[in-house]
Write a protein that binds this ligand. Structure first.
Ligand code: GDP
Ligand code: MN
Length: 381
């Protein structure tokens, strides 16, 4: 789960990391009121979960009320890389002389978290990593011992930060580590960590991703989930407990098991279609679950056809077929062609049970995927 900047920044500030004063606003008048309270100049920043908002026109610095109005009018309601902006934060502009980078992520190869620090903040860090890998200092952390203070200093000094700044940056890194481990974060980042003209560090931006499987013990963060999930369909899916990731293609995909769904994604691509989503309904196939899954895919206007890829294991094929039949009975009309492939235990019985008047029944996976890709192309034509 990716938090919004204002959520992450709130957590950073609460933990003691210096941040600009900021307020959330969703109307032009709220922006102006917030700016007045904070004092000009302020930065107005779109709250959508994409990077590079600045370049895309989602961040504006303003000096007075007229400029604040104009900026708020242009940012609120704008489409930023596919996301509608409905909220902004208004924050005190920073008088900065330098932009640093600090972050923590999981280094899967090393099998442990890694602290990253660089003096090349303010730009896309992936681009820095590609162009000049040595510009980023990395320090691995043994989770059994946590981050030792000397390691935080090593990261800051190793990155080449000025001596009067490195100590403060190391403190910020130490606090980030506390947040990372206490809050079950999977990624945490400040880019830029600005150096002010008074030689202080301040977090101008905030990124924090939380391990969703830890939300059961992170009550405060779980409460943020609704607002954090940007995509309405993904929010709807998580509300009914489905593993759903929205993609942008034309073929909706539903399967029982992550590997099975991934395979189907690849095959859709192989046969010239493009996956509209990842949707794993897990083991079992209660009609209710199947209906919820279908509702999601039907609601995605990019998806022109749906393919079910079901493997009967412990849940038998005939039970799944029953579940699918019951689920489609809940729809007066299927708004999109639905192709079903069942394999495994009692697959044949399942296929025979399926309502062939409303569904397209396929014998093999390849057949099912091709039928779905073709059906989607016909719908679009
Ligand atoms: P991002 O582009 O989505 O990562 O958003 P950031 O919050 O990182 O802002 C992008 C850039 O805006 C920063 O790297 C700064 O160079 C620039 N910027 C200039 N003045 C300010 C300021 O006062 N506050 C903030 N937050 N950014 C500023
Ligand atoms: Mn940034």
């Amino acid at each position: 789960m990716k938090l919004h900047e204002y959520q992450a920044k709130g957590l950073f500030a609460e933990a003691g990391i210096p941040t600009p004063t900021f307020k959330l606003a969703s109307t032009v008048d709220e922006v102006v009121a917030a700016a007045e309270e904070i004092g000009y100049p302020v930065a107005i920043k779109a709250q959508v979960q994409v990077g590079g908002r600045g370049k895309a026109g989602g961040i504006k610095l303003v000096d007075d009320e007229a400029e604040a109005r104009e900026a708020a009018e242009s940012i609120l309601g704008m489409d930023l890389k596919g996301y509608a902006v409905d909220r902004v934060i208004v924050e005190g502009a920073v008088d900065f002389v330098d932009e640093l980078y600090v972050g923590i992520t999981m280094d899967r190869e090393a099998g442990r978290p890694v602290i990253m620090a660089s003096t090349e903040g303010g730009v896309d860090i992936e681009a820095v990593a590609e162009r000049d890998p040595d510009a980023i200092t990395r320090v691995h952390v043994d989770p059994a011992f946590g981050l030792h203070p000397y390691q935080a200093r090593r990261a800051a000094y190793g990155a080449g930060m000025d001596a009067d700044i490195a100590g403060d940056a190391a403190k910020v890194i130490q606090t980030l580590w506390t947040l990372y481990s206490n809050r079950d974060a999977s990624e945490i980042e400040i880019n830029p960590l600005m150096v002010t003209s008074d030689r202080e560090v301040i977090a101008a931006d905030a990124v924090m991703n939380i391990d969703e499987d830890a939300l059961f013990r992170q009550a405060e963060l779980a409460e943020m989930e609704d607002e954090a999930t940007g995509d309405t369909l993904e929010r709807q899916a998580s509300g009914v407990g489905l593993d759903y990731v929205r993609l942008s293609g034309n073929v909706g995909i539903i399967g029982n098991g992550a590997g099975l769904v991934m395979t189907t994604l690849d095959l859709v691509d192989h046969y010239g279609g493009s996956p509209a989503n990842f949707l794993d309904i897990g083991g079992g196939a209660r009609a209710e679950t199947v209906k919820n899954a279908l509702e999601l895919v039907f609601a995605d206007e990019n998806a022109d056809a749906v393919v079910f890829n079901i493997f009967g294991g412990i849940t038998r094929g005939d039970e799944v077929a029953q579940g699918i039949n019951e689920a489609i009975a809940a729809f007066d009309e299927l708004p999109k062609p639905v192709v079903v492939r069942i394999a495994g235990t009692k697959a044949e019985e399942g296929r025979e049970l399926l309502n062939a008047e409303r569904l397209i029944v396929a014998d093999t996976l390849e057949d099912a995927v091709q039928k779905a890709v073709n059906a989607a192309q016909e719908v679009a034509a």
